[in-house]
Unconditional design. Structure first.
Length: 287
């Protein structure tokens, strides 16, 4: 028994210390409960106030998140001070300063995405509902949180993109404006009249109601291809990916019909084969 006596005394001392802390722990728990209630109350009131403003949804979510984080930080610090009265605010700030270095190194990517998310929300161009492209990733912005951005692809798949990825790389906002320009390449045979072919292609757009008529239809001779003279054809229409496919379908259909009606050839690729030695012609009988 003498061997276990120091251990018993140590456990007894720890138990006595825990009993003395129980009232303080209870007060700290009540403080955290009060913090939770205050966070909900403040955020609800702040959210109701923001609903009347014209701020973007992402900014509203950012302000609510920052308010909630501030209330919880203060509540946790007060609770720690209650349990450990010897910890003064100065000591807590010192501990947080030293600990933030280690935490920052351990959670570098998390904090990077957090601050990138804040900067993305503050940037005006990218909004909820926009279609964006970034390094081969494309989708509709459904939500912007402080850690990642939710992109919904046209096939209805959801992609979670780290905010730091969007912040560091160029982002194309396809629906920044209601209209954007599209283009296709149209090839005609070398034997056709260039001016006539250009005129027929331009007239084909008059039958397409979905394109934007206030913007110019552009048809430019592009290059001498291997079997055709190519034109760059440009038009303006609504900027969403679905509108792109719909207008492109109608443009290709109308241009093809217009060229066919005027008997203007859209050639197949031609290949000319040359041989080093003359070829002999053999008839069916092998002669």
């Amino acid at each position: 028994m003498e061997f276990f006596s120091p251990l018993y005394e140590k456990l007894e001392s720890m138990w006595a210390g825990l009993v003395k802390l129980l009232p303080l722990i209870a007060i700290a728990a009540f403080t955290l409960l009060l913090t939770w209630l205050l966070a909900r109350l403040f955020c609800s009131a702040f959210k109701a106030t923001l609903e009347k403003s014209k701020l973007r949804k992402s900014l509203k979510e950012l302000f609510i998140t920052l308010l909630k984080s501030t209330v919880w930080t203060l509540g946790v610090l007060i609770a720690i001070t209650i349990i450990f009265p010897s910890l003064t605010p100065a000591k807590l700030l010192t501990a947080l300063g030293l600990g933030s270095v280690a935490v920052g190194l351990a959670f570098k990517d998390i904090f990077e995405n957090f601050f990138a998310g804040i900067l993305i929300m503050l940037r005006k161009p990218m909004r909820i509902g926009d279609y964006v492209q970034c390094e081969g990733i494309e989708g509709k912005v459904e939500s912007i949180s402080v850690r990642e951005t939710y992109l919904r692809q046209t096939d209805d798949q959801l992609i979670l993109v780290p905010n730091s990825f969007l912040f560091k790389n160029p982002v194309s906002i396809l629906t920044d404006k209601a209209l954007r320009r599209f283009e296709i390449i149209v090839g005609v045979a070398y034997g056709e009249n260039v001016d006539q072919a250009r005129s027929v292609i331009e007239q084909a757009f008059h039958e397409i109601a979905i394109i934007e008529k206030s913007k110019p239809i552009e048809v430019y001779a592009r290059e001498f291809n291997s079997s055709s003279l190519d034109f760059t054809v440009r038009w303006w229409a609504a900027s969403t990916p679905l509108d792109m496919h719909i207008t492109r379908d109608q443009v290709v259909t109308s241009v093809k019909a217009a060229l066919d009606n005027k008997n203007i050839e859209i050639p197949f690729p031609y290949r000319t084969l040359t041989f080093k030695e003359p070829l002999s012609i053999v008839n069916k009988k092998g002669e």
